[in-house]
Design a binder for this molecule. Structure first.
Ligand SMILES: NC(=O)c1ccc[n+]([C@@H]2O[C@H](COP(=O)([O-])OP(=O)(O)OC[C@H]3O[C@@H](n4cnc5c(N)ncnc54)[C@H](O)[C@@H]3O)[C@@H](O)[C@H]2O)c1
Ligand SMILES: O=C(O)[C@H]1O[C@H](OP(=O)(O)OP(=O)(O)OC[C@H]2O[C@@H](n3ccc(=O)[nH]c3=O)[C@H](O)[C@@H]2O)[C@H](O)[C@@H](O)[C@@H]1O
Length: 342
């Protein structure tokens, strides 16, 4: 057609569109950025979002606690892109959705360089919000149950304002996330940005760093290496553990729903650390010891999400029980530690 009109009126026809225009990878109708997508939760979120052929996924990560290994099956895929990027620096991209996960999550890593942790939470969140504002993207922040600090209300509903030490060794993380939540709401009220806030409670599953320092990964690695399980004193402190596939499902529902949050996403099944150690011992290695070791300051004494809001607003509740999730994680740790099952 273009060639014919060129012949008829002598003018030059516009260039033909690229022949790739109609190929599958240019038909995506949702470009999604995941900051921190090379980490534990982020890489599972990538897997889930990539299942939808209409999604194009971009990961930005500085690999502080994450790794390319977690994303290796997607590297080279036409709908996937991986960028080495530190969120404390601005990022220019065109996207429709931003899942903002970038932040070290294990206490040993976030305490390792606390100034960097708070910069990641404050400057990183501002940069992601700036990006959302420039391109009109919807942004979801993965906040934490640590915004409730050492909670005086149990279980914790979203309306609870928390009991947080502003100057303690955990503050770079928990106060950092509180400021990140504040920034989200200020950008929402002042600039009309579409925001979503998830308050995530302890999540576990395959691909956690083996020497991550968090309790479930520590206990499973110790049980497989035949080392004593290190329960930090007093051992009566509680946590509620959510399997990662449930978490990813909750995050996507929150992003695609209509409520800004904050919404607690977690599994309300509550265990003391001694109970967790006993369960790991029973399921993985009944011959190992459990030993009590010193704890670190400001360790929350109890934690359990009230998930009424997630049930009502997102129609979400976790499906995987701790006793079902632990063996799935054990399988992954056995492969990576090269400890076959007898
Ligand atoms: N796993 C949990 O139990 C849990 C609980 C509450 C909240 N969260 C939140 O969920 C998110 C993901 O946690 P996770 O368990 O997957 O942790 P993770 O440490 O495995 O993943 C964090 C990712 O962020 C990246 N990152 C860190 N700082 C960065 C920076 N400045 N720039 C770019 N990338 C950076 C890391 O390299 C890593 O890939 C975090 O925001 C965390 O605070 C997790
Ligand atoms: O879910 C959350 O909101 C937060 O939970 C965790 O923080 P924490 O609960 O302190 O996680 P762990 O380091 O796994 O500790 C859990 C409990 O296990 C205990 N623990 C830890 C490690 C260990 O070897 N033994 C042990 O008894 C700790 O004292 C603590 O009481 C995450 O690491 C944070 O990223 C997250 O934001």
């Amino acid at each position: 057609m273009a060639a014919t009109s060129e012949k008829q009126n002598g003018s030059k026809a516009p260039p033909l569109p690229s022949p790739l225009r109609n190929s599958k990878f240019l038909q995506s109708n949702m470009r999604i950025l995941i900051s921190g997508g090379a980490g534990f939760i982020g890489s599972h979120l990538v897997d889930k979002l990539m299942e939808n052929e209409k999604n194009e996924v971009v990961v930005a990560d500085n690999y502080f606690t994450g790794s390319k290994e977690n994303l290796k099956k997607w590297i080279g895929h036409p709908r996937f892109e991986l960028i080495r990027h530190d969120v404390t620096e601005p990022l220019l991209l065109e996207v429709d959705r931003i899942y903002h996960l970038a932040c070290p999550a294990s206490p040993i890593f976030y305490k390792y360089n606390p100034v960097k942790t708070i910069k990641t939470n404050v400057m990183g969140t501002m940069n992601m919000l700036g990006l959302a504002k420039r391109v009109g993207a919807r942004i979801l922040l993965t906040s934490t149950s640590e915004v409730y600090g050492d909670p005086l209300i149990h279980p914790q509903p979203e309306s609870y304002w928390g009991n947080v030490n502003p100057i303690g060794v955990r503050s770079c993380y928990d106060e950092g996330k509180r400021v990140a939540e504040t920034l989200m709401f200020d950008y929402h009220r002042q600039h009309g940005i579409e925001i979503r806030i998830a308050r995530i409670f302890n999540t576990y599953g395959p691909r956690m760093n083996i020497d991550d320092g968090r309790v479930v990964s520590n206990f499973i690695a110790q049980a497989l290496r035949g080392e004593a399980l290190t329960v930090q004193k007093p051992g009566t402190q509680t946590r509620s553990f959510c399997y990662v596939s449930d978490m990813v499902d909750g995050l996507i529902r929150l992003m695609e729903g209509n409520d800004t949050g904050p919404i607690n996403i977690g599994n309300p099944g509550e265990f003391t650390m001694v109970e967790l150690a006993e369960t790991v011992k029973e399921l993985i290695n009944p011959s190992i010891e459990i030993k009590m070791v010193e704890n670190t300051p400001d360790d929350p004494r109890q934690r359990k999400p009230d998930i009424s809001k997630a049930k009502e607003v997102l129609g979400w509740e976790p499906k995987v029980k701790l006793r079902e999730g632990l063996p799935l994680m054990e399988e992954d740790f056995r492969l990576r530690l090269n400890v076959p099952k007898n």
